[in-house]
Design a protein around this ligand. Structure first.
Ligand SMILES: [Zn+2]
Length: 256
């Protein structure tokens, strides 16, 4: 049975389930401070990754297979920084940069199945746009639209009826929080979890800075200093108009 007695403010939730859908391991960094807060408040938080991220390296000695393995380990380390256990990470297994070429119906069914299985009280994902379509990196664009398509399909039993045979009952996601949005309407104070967000970011060694060109398993110290400064400055800018030292911004929608 669905619980509808959700406090208005996400920050007051406890004992709920939250699922964050990212195209790649690292996309959830947009919401890492908020997800860390939700964990500290006693919620169950899941991360769903559409792709294995097997392309984003300029290191000519890197292979796609090795990169996917590195990215998985980095994501597990990053998730641990915000207290999300490895068992709450779900890999849909598609190839980096090719999400738009995956059969759309199969993909929406796969995500609908995940939503019904997890029964989240809120989902996080890229913002597909409220009044106009947002333009993203192709996987981000695909993840944004597929996620909302699956949120729409999940409560209707006639969508993907084979899911009922697997015991996956309809599920209405009560609240959606979209990150990387041009139309934010909801700000979360992450002042208490900014350090965890920075640690999570720095776990993605192969994604940023010098290690993209020449992979090594630890961040270059100068890169680390620069990343930390940039994250603190950005989240401070987002938080300032709302009276927060550091914040993350979302577009909240009840029905996307
Ligand atoms: Zn991404």
């Amino acid at each position: 049975m669905q619980r509808t007695d959700l406090p208005e403010r996400l920050e007051e939730w406890t004992g709920r389930t939250i699922a964050c859908f990212g195209a790649h391991p690292d996309d959830d960094l947009h919401a890492a401070g908020t997800l860390a807060r939700l964990r500290r408040a006693g919620n169950d938080v899941h991360l769903v990754m559409y792709t294995n991220d097997d392309k984003g390296s300029r290191d000519r000695s890197m292979t796609g297979k090795r990169l996917a393995k590195i990215r998985r380990a980095e994501q597990e380390a990053a998730a641990a920084c915000i207290d999300i256990p490895k068992g709450n990470l779900h890999w849909l297994g598609h190839r980096d940069g090719e999400l738009e070429y995956v059969d759309k119906r199969q993909l929406v069914e796969q995500v609908t199945s995940m939503i019904r299985r997890l029964s989240p009280h809120a989902i996080f994902s890229f913002d597909p746009g409220a009044r106009f379509e947002q333009f993203h990196k192709s996987d981000h664009r695909a993840a944004a639209f597929v996620t909302v398509d699956a949120v729409r399909a999940a409560p209707w039993h006639l969508y993907f009826p084979e899911l009922l045979d697997e015991g996956l009952e309809p599920w209405q996601v009560p609240s959606c929080f979209f990150f990387d949005s041009h139309e934010p309407n909801y700000w979360v104070d992450i002042s208490a979890t900014i350090d965890a967000k920075i640690e999570a970011f720095c776990s993605h060694v192969s994604q940023f800075g010098r290690r993209v060109d020449a992979y090594e398993p630890t961040l270059h110290p100068d890169d680390r200093t620069g990343f930390e400064r940039a994250i603190r400055a950005y989240t401070a800018t987002v938080g300032k108009p709302h009276g927060f030292a550091h914040a993350e911004a979302f577009r909240r929608a009840g029905d996307p």
